[in-house]
Design a protein around this ligand. Structure first.
Ligand code: BEZ
Ligand code: FE
Length: 292
């Protein structure tokens, strides 16, 4: 007969074994590992009851603040480095392809389609920034017809999704030309703090660790036959490149924003104020690289 004491002594094995009985094999594997690692963590830090209660309340509040626009659990995953780990593990990458990074919580589907060089920052103030280059494949061949879904924060670090519902703001889709060329006209992004008004922000404040992301522009690039690429471009020299709150920075994604005087711009028009130029070629890899 099993005594209470022996159950207590072997609780980890007992719980892991219980979950091993899950009908679905993958669920069984994931839940057994979760039990083992959670128990190991609790043992390692000798988790107190009061700490356990605090953690349960934090999880409950993280759920309560979440809705269609606010993804607090994803933010939690981001600041733990879990989102970036999952990105790394699930995108086996040819060394020649552009590296992926986190999607983040502020992508909005259905952005307006703009022409080559058209301004996605209409109505937002800031230094004009042209991002231009070629979309190509691993064999240096241009990829025409690729869709670049682009989004960024405004000069105060605020995304459209953090504001009351309104028109599309600082986001657009561009299509690469037959020769692979693309040209995005926007404003220079600024570094910003991740949302601090919820349970994740509370934890970050309490820990006193980095809340900041370096200045960046987001891209989701899709083309038939190629693996979708979710990435950012970061401004070279921007603050927080080494302390990104969500571990999304990669050296290959850091690009110079070169200062240019008023005058001709890459889209064949003219700027009456100084502007910035970022030149970057995105390299897509074939769909077969995707891990399932
Ligand atoms: C972002 O880049 O938009 C972002 C990513 C992760 C957490 C918060 C913001
Ligand atoms: Fe961002």
């Amino acid at each position: 007969m099993t005594t209470g004491q022996s159950v207590g002594a072997d609780i980890t094995a007992l719980a892991a074994e219980r979950w091993a009985g899950a009908r679905d094999a993958r669920l069984s594997e994931v839940m057994r590992a979760l039990v083992r690692h959670l128990h190991a963590m609790a043992r390692e830090v000798r988790l107190t009851e009061s700490e356990w209660k605090t953690a349960m309340s934090w999880l409950a509040r993280t759920g309560q603040i979440s809705d269609a626009k606010r993804a607090e659990f994803i933010l939690a995953s981001d600041v733990l480095g879990l989102s970036m780990l999952v990105v790394e593990m699930n995108h086996r990458r040819d060394p020649g392809a552009t590296p992926p990074t986190v999607l983040g919580p502020f992508h909005v589907a259905g952005s307006p389609q703009l022409e080559y060089g058209a301004n996605m920052a209409e109505g937002s103030s800031g230094t004009p920034l042209y991002i231009t280059g070629v979309i190509r494949d691993l064999h240096d061949q241009p990829v025409g017809g690729a869709v670049l879904d682009v989004w960024q924060a405004d000069a105060h670090g605020i995304y459209e999704g953090q504001l009351p519902d309104g028109d599309a703001r600082l986001r657009a889709k561009y299509t690469s030309q037959p020769g692979g060329g693309y040209c995005v006209r926007t404003i220079a992004p600024r570094g910003y703090s991740i949302p601090m008004d919820g349970p994740v922000g509370e934890l970050i404040s309490r820990a006193g660790i980095s809340r900041h992301r370096p200045a960046h522009v987001h891209f989701l690039i899709t083309a038939p036959g190629y693996e979708p690429l979710i990435t950012h471009l970061f401004e070279a020299g921007a603050p927080y490149l080494d302390t990104d709150a969500v571990y999304g920075t990669k050296a290959e994604l850091v690009v110079e924003f070169e200062r240019r005087p008023a005058g001709p711009t890459p889209d064949g028009r003219t700027s009456d104020e100084p502007w910035l130029l970022a030149t970057y070629d995105f390299v897509l890899q074939p769909q077969r690289w995707t891990m399932v």
